[in-house]
Ligand binder design. Structure first.
Ligand code: SF4
Ligand code: ZN
Length: 323
């Protein structure tokens, strides 16, 4: 039977049922639970240090804007860290413009600087032009976009002097990535899923994901109840990735077996910890022979993609579908 009052405070009316824990929460206790989970995750994996300059990657979606809000509320407003919002404009017509506007307005409302970097400024090509040049539609848009976006984020973070880059990846994202790695045979990459930050590059920047222990649908609910505006429209290329199929399967499992995603995520974390320890040397020490940046092989994925697009390297059909 559904109780009338909140499981935590025994006081207010219920707005949310957390099926995997059995809790019934009022608005305040739900919002607090998300902020508290974020703080616990930051502490558990030693993600932040006093006086870090944190570049929060903000796309205009519910995850990244909620992350910006929560990190600012818990750490920024108390001057424990300084925060800057960084945004990548891939040049996806009819989609990115709205999110750029939402991000700009939200940042100005909470008093945080927002810097934007366009794909065209870094790679000399935007997503539209890039997709017209791809040699096969078997290479998903997300595969190019994800690779180039990570590089653009690295560059803009370095240019603003950040010590940390924070992204809004949630539990669902990480679990999907784990399964994509398994399905595509990229077992070595699983070590990167472990949430403890690794210092990389010449500037020793740390990448953190403070939402990795939070379900995606809880972040939607958080943003709605906190009054955080976000872009609801999805990228037109979203369904090209195998990620969408995996998301659908996992959500269907979760609705029949509440908590199954959380259990699977914990298994993924245990495996990623073992693999990180096993492969961290080879993962962090290689340098791309073309661009000189960190890479997991002798030529980084950005350079490989640029060579495929320019025709300098033939497409061999082996491209991973990671985004
Ligand atoms: Fe890029 Fe794919 Fe995300 Fe669209 S869905 S923004 S193409 S990674
Ligand atoms: Zn390279």
């Amino acid at each position: 039977m559904v109780p009338k009052d909140c499981t935590r405070c025994n006081n207010n009316g219920i707005v949310y049922h957390r099926a995997y824990s059995g809790e019934y929460l009022c608005r305040n206790c739900f919002l607090f639970s998300i902020e508290d989970k974020t703080k616990r995750c930051v502490n558990k994996y030693s993600m932040l240090r006093y006086q870090d300059k944190v570049a929060v990657a903000v796309s205009g979606g519910k995850d990244s804007l909620s992350l910006l809000y929560i990190l600012n509320k818990i750490y920024g407003e108390k001057n424990y860290i300084t925060i800057i919002a960084i945004t990548i404009d891939e040049g996806i017509p009819g989609y990115r413009d709205e999110s750029l506007e939402i991000t700009k307005d939200f940042c100005s409302k909470i008093g945080i600087e927002n810097r934007v970097l366009k794909f065209g400024d870094v790679f000399g090509i935007n997503m539209d032009e890039l997709l017209a040049k791809r040699p096969s539609e078997k290479i998903s848009s997300c595969s190019f976009c994800g690779t180039f976006r990570r590089r653009a984020l690295d560059l803009i973070s370095e240019s603003v002097g950040a010590s940390v880059v924070a992204t809004g990846h949630n539990l669902d994202d990480q679990l999907q990535t784990f399964l994509i790695n398994i399905l595509s045979g990229d077992v070595e990459r699983i070590g990167w899923i472990y949430p403890e930050p690794v210092e990389y590059g010449e500037k020793n920047i740390r990448k953190i994901k403070p939402f990795v222990e939070i379900y995606e649908h809880e972040l939607v609910f958080y943003a709605l109840h906190r009054g955080i505006p976000f872009q609801a429209e999805e990228c037109p290329h979203k369904n090209e990735s195998i990620r969408t199929d995996i998301r659908t399967i996992l959500n269907s499992l979760e609705s029949n077996h509440p908590g199954i995603k959380y259990n699977a995520f914990n298994s993924a974390i245990k495996i990623s910890k073992l693999l990180k320890m096993d492969t961290s040397g080879s993962l962090t020490k290689k340098i791309c022979s073309l661009c000189g940046r960190d890479s997991s092989s002798s030529v980084c994925s950005v350079c490989k993609n640029l060579m495929i697009l320019s025709g300098a390297s033939p497409y061999n059909g082996q491209k991973s579908d990671l985004d």
